[in-house]
Design a protein around this ligand. Structure first.
Ligand SMILES: NC(=O)c1ccc[n+]([C@@H]2O[C@H](COP(=O)([O-])OP(=O)(O)OC[C@H]3O[C@@H](n4cnc5c(N)ncnc54)[C@H](OP(=O)(O)O)[C@@H]3O)[C@@H](O)[C@H]2O)c1
Length: 237
């Protein structure tokens, strides 16, 4: 269950339910996690809470977002859409060339006072494409995890959801798929170009509506692809 590399995953906005849930799952899988926050104390509190749940061997620390970015080998962005662009502009000098940013942001209309079951239009096409426009040159962006319920991630059961990864960089796709597959129950699927993130982000708004209507925490499963299209990793002992 240990991570194969000594890399550190910085979860930017990791104090919220989505980032905390992902961090918990990866910490349990043996990954080294840095929780990023606008507030160092809040980051450390969240890191301690994750450490308690993930076990004594878990490697989890907390830092302000810029320090987390600088220390992370891999960045995962889990902030609300309304804060995404300003935060990325602030973090730009701290994001190292050659790194990969995995973006889980969904441009829900709730960001502008609307419904969480609708998305808002993004000039670049999607929240992930906006991120790609704002990161330094030489940094790759992959969109992933938008459809996974934070409620499920913060629980103890296997996750009943596929993760569609979209990126224009095949290496970034591989990194994100491998990371997704480290979450028990998740199957990672290569979803093609980053522009397809627009469609994946829209699915989240549908899921929010379904979850309200049916009082659940639904995810997605893509059926009928050849076995090789699904990347899975952890198998529950
Ligand atoms: N919740 C889900 O089930 C789920 C599932 C998949 C994807 N997502 C997406 O993942 C992202 C995070 O979701 P979430 O529910 O965890 O969101 P959240 O709780 O609203 O925000 C996550 C963290 O982002 C930071 N933040 C909030 N406003 C910010 C701003 N204006 N600028 C910079 N940082 C800010 C906060 O951390 P600090 O105050 O500590 O800095 C907060 O704890 C969203 O884009 C969401 O659409 C969510």
């Amino acid at each position: 269950m240990k991570a194969s590399s000594g890399r550190a995953i910085a979860v930017i906005g990791g104090t919220g339910p989505a980032g905390t849930g992902l961090a918990l799952r990866w910490a349990r899988a043996g990954e080294t996690i840095i929780i990023g926050s606008r507030d160092a104390a809040r980051a450390q509190q969240t890191a301690e809470a994750i450490h308690k749940r993930a076990g004594a061997d878990a490697q989890v620390s907390g830092m302000e977002n810029p320090a987390a970015c600088a220390a992370g080998d891999l960045l995962v962005l889990t902030v609300p859409f309304e804060g995404q662009a300003a935060l990325l502009r602030q973090l730009k000098p701290a994001i190292r060339a050659g790194s990969v940013v995995i973006d889980a942001t969904v441009p829900l209309a709730a960001s502008v006072g609307g419904r969480a079951s609708r998305t808002i239009g993004v000039w670049q096409g999607s929240a992930a494409q906006q991120t790609a426009e704002l990161v330094p040159k030489g940094v790759s962006v992959a969109a992933a995890f938008q459809n996974v319920s934070a409620e499920q991630l913060n629980g103890d059961e296997d996750i009943d959801c596929d993760v569609i990864v979209c990126s224009d960089d095949p290496d970034a796709t591989q990194v994100a798929m491998e990371l997704a597959a480290r979450i028990a129950g998740v199957r990672a699927i290569d979803g093609g170009k980053l522009e397809n993130a627009r469609i994946v982000e829209q699915i989240t708004a549908l899921l929010v509506g379904l979850n309200i209507r049916h009082k659940g925490h639904g995810g997605i499963r893509i059926t009928g692809l050849p076995d090789g299209a699904y990347k899975t990793g952890l198998v529950k002992p």
